[in-house]
Design a binder for this molecule. Sequence first.
Ligand code: B1M
Length: 211
Amino acid sequence: MSKIKEVAAAVENGKVKLIEGLVQEALDAGDAADAILNEGMIGAMGIVGAKFQANEIFVPEMLVAAKTMKKGVELLKPHLAGDSVGKHGKYILGTVAGDLHDIGKNLVGLMIESAGFEVIDLGVDVPAEKFVEAIKANPDCKVVGASALLTTTMDSLKNTVQTMIDAGCKSQVKIMVGGAPITQEFADEIGADAYTADAGSAAVMAVELVS
Ligand code: B1M
């Protein structure tokens, strides 16, 4: 089995104790950090989601897979992040109210940071008003990103964007949205300035928005 496949199997099966060793072995074997992330870990989380949907696994297994991935990503961080933190200013990021998923949001944060932003991470389950407070507290911030991973929190994303618009934030920041159930059409409908499907393109888009 290739090292990347071993990493994927460890995430899929929630082998928290093995993940660091396997990621290190993959790096030592010359596998690129972004391949370990995309082909190994993100692919495995897709399988975890499909198994959950098919009632083959349940929330605890999903949680342990997420913990395993987080631990693996920690080890990959220095290989993914750049050294130009802050050159494009600040980027406020959070997962919307009602939503506890943070792996995708954290990857977006990592990529945005490596593209040269200082990331202010508000965490998960973030009330719309907290986004507004953070924007007002950081008048030099030019971009904000909101993540929603559940179809049931798409409304919360809509409310978050509307709250920012109503508070006049659009004169200061561009609003980016993303997450598995989000589409360009939905982003346009709720008044966001930009949508991207993955973390890499989120970083490219953020730079475009401030250029
Ligand atoms: Co949840 N969960 N979960 N879960 N979970 C999903 C999302 C689900 C699709 C699984 C399934 O049924 N197949 C499903 C949602 C179905 C739906 O919406 N219709 C689901 C469900 C139902 C639930 C619960 C309701 C389960 C329950 O309790 N019965 C519950 C809800 C809790 C809540 O939030 N209120 C729940 C809980 C959990 C755990 C806590 C156990 C855990 C999360 C742990 C954590 O994040 N710390 C969990 C997990 C791990 C998943 C799956 C398996 C994996 C999510 C993930 O990390 N993916 C997921 C199934 C799946 O995704 N296939 C599932 C990997 C990650 C890299 O991808 O997050 O999509 P993603 O991020 C991508 C892009 O979306 C994009 O870039 C990222 C990287 O490229 N992106 C952006 C994300 N944000 C962006 C922002 C941007 C731009 C791009 O700009 C700002």
